[in-house]
Design a protein around this ligand. Structure first.
Ligand SMILES: *Cc1c(COP(=O)(O)O)cnc(C)c1O
Length: 405
């Protein structure tokens, strides 16, 4: 089945009572985790319907995260590419990306549930830093699980988390990277659920996480819809583009436009194109598309951008791809680096490598996009990436080894 974007039903409704988006999602967890997920679901449903909770959340987004962030019209880039480029500036939020929306929502919910401790998983360290930030703000303890390999690679983020008062614990199992950190965080949660909330970093994991995380990021799409209406005489952009790691910034911006004629495009790294390969499977508690080898083993993802280095994608994206409401494209690391430089010198905005994927696709698709208006979710700023990009451009072999063809 393929839906046309001219249909104006919402293609991003709440999941069904089993937590499914079409055939994807659900709650594939050990028996011991079911009560914790059920308790969280009940608490979220109740809080999200309570105006006092949503008001407190939006007040924090305003006074702490710095929302609303603007939509910027990129005139120089637009005339160079031949279509109108708008950026939703999540890079201007406190801590430099969209991640703050989700962690403030979850920390506030955890506090309401009477929990005093957050556990989180992190790969490159950005979600760990965001979780540690929210925990510090709310006076909660915070333990961040991180693969032993990633701890070595991301020393600066480990220091940031410690500075924010979090304890960083090394995940020693498996490949000692992100997926092992997720397993350890879940294990900790089961053992300490009376006092602990598991603050999961994207639209992944067992129900209610993919839905709850999307709802905390919905503010991106809601703001952008209103800001675009003002810029475009009540119209919506022709395309809404976002990078996809787990898929949270994309889910947030898509949710504001799913019921319009705007075409939705998610962009994955070529070395982590879970949707591009369209193999369904279960990973970390929900059914979605993931990268598997011929024996059904989950493969490691590889990308120049550590924030997109994940073998799976959130279940709602698998559903949106299957029904044809969103499409998913991929770009190479070399194309991403070109886009990173392009935005920096045409607009004076150094993007994070993740949203540079979205721009890289736009450059590649410029014939298709000619004459249209394209909104890109600028999910984060590039400060964290400049040293890596400099080393790559200088031909440093270790930095070059992070690149995939
Ligand atoms: C973490 C991160 C991403 C990837 O996560 P999603 O859940 O796919 O949004 C994208 N952009 C930035 C700036 C990030 O920090």
């Amino acid at each position: 089945m393929t839906v046309t974007p001219t249909d104006t039903t919402s293609f991003m409704p709440d999941p069904d009572e089993r937590g499914r988006f079409g055939e994807f999602g659900g709650r594939f967890v050990p028996e011991t985790l079911v009560p914790a997920c059920a308790e969280l679901e009940a608490a979220f449903v109740e809080a999200w319907a309570d105006a006092a909770f949503t008001q407190e959340f939006h007040e924090l987004l305003r006074t702490y995260a710095g929302r609303p962030c603007p939509v910027t019209v990129c005139s120089r880039l637009s005339s160079q590419l031949g279509f109108r480029v708008l950026l939703k500036r999540e890079d201007l939020n406190h801590t430099g990306s969209h991640k703050i929306n989700n962690v403030l929502g979850q920390a506030l919910l955890a506090k309401r549930m009477g929990k005093k401790r957050l556990v989180a998983e992190t790969g490159a360290g950005q979600h760990g830093v965001a979780s540690a930030t929210a925990a510090a703000l709310m006076g909660m303890d915070c333990v961040v699980y991180m693969g032993e390999v990633d701890i070595k690679r991301q020393a600066l983020n480990v220091f940031r988390m410690r500075l924010l008062g979090a304890e960083v614990r090394s995940a020693m199992s498996g490949s000692r990277t992100l997926k092992d950190a997720v397993n350890e965080a879940m294990r900790d949660w089961v053992a300490t659920v009376a006092t602990t909330h598991y603050c999961l970093g994207s639209v992944m994991g067992p129900h209610p996480y993919p839905w709850m995380v999307r709802e905390f990021h919905r503010v991106i799409g809601d703001e952008a819809r209103a800001q675009c209406a003002e810029l475009l005489d009540g119209e919506v952009p022709d395309y809404v583009v976002a990078c996809v790691g787990g898929g949270s910034n994309a889910a947030g911006i898509f949710s504001g436009f799913a019921d319009t004629r705007a075409r939705l495009v998610g962009v994955e790294p070529a070395g982590g194109a879970a949707i591009g390969r369209a193999v369904p499977g279960v990973v970390h508690g929900s059914k979605s598309y993931l990268m598997q080898d011929e024996f059904g083993q989950v493969q490691e993802a590889h990308s120049v951008s550590a924030g997109l280095d994940y073998p799976g994608v959130g279940p709602e994206h698998a559903h949106l791809a299957q029904i044809g409401r969103a499409r998913y494209e991929s770009v190479t690391d070399a194309e991403v680096l070109d886009a990173f430089e392009l935005l920096s010198h045409t607009e004076g905005i150094i993007p994070a490598l993740e949203p540079a994927h979205g721009l890289a696709w736009m450059v590649k698709a410029k014939d298709e996009l000619a004459g249209s208006t394209v909104l890109l979710n600028m999910s984060g700023r590039g400060d964290k990436d400049v040293a890596q990009v400099q080393a790559i451009l200088d031909g440093d072999p270790e930095a070059l080894s992070t690149m995939r063809p």
